[in-house]
Write a new protein. Sequence first.
Length: 95
Amino acid sequence: MADHGIICGVRHHESLLTANPFPEAALDASRFLVAVFANAADSAKLTGLASLARGEERCATGSRAAYLWCVEGILASKLPDALTKAVGEAVTMRN
């Protein structure tokens, strides 16, 4: 298994927060995930992710991160698993 490390400096962290397209979702962290890619090119692998969103779920992909709003809960959503399957191990998700 490859050893991947993703380290975000303060400026990168602030840019992720600023780029969040769902600021209201961040108020309920138990249903909101930010996935940070080790490689910016990995965002291109997520073109079909939005089609998996169900009901009020939403997702958006930026150049270095994806934002997942899992209204029914993170464990009930297909979005996190689909993202991991598409990108592989070179991603970290945090709520």
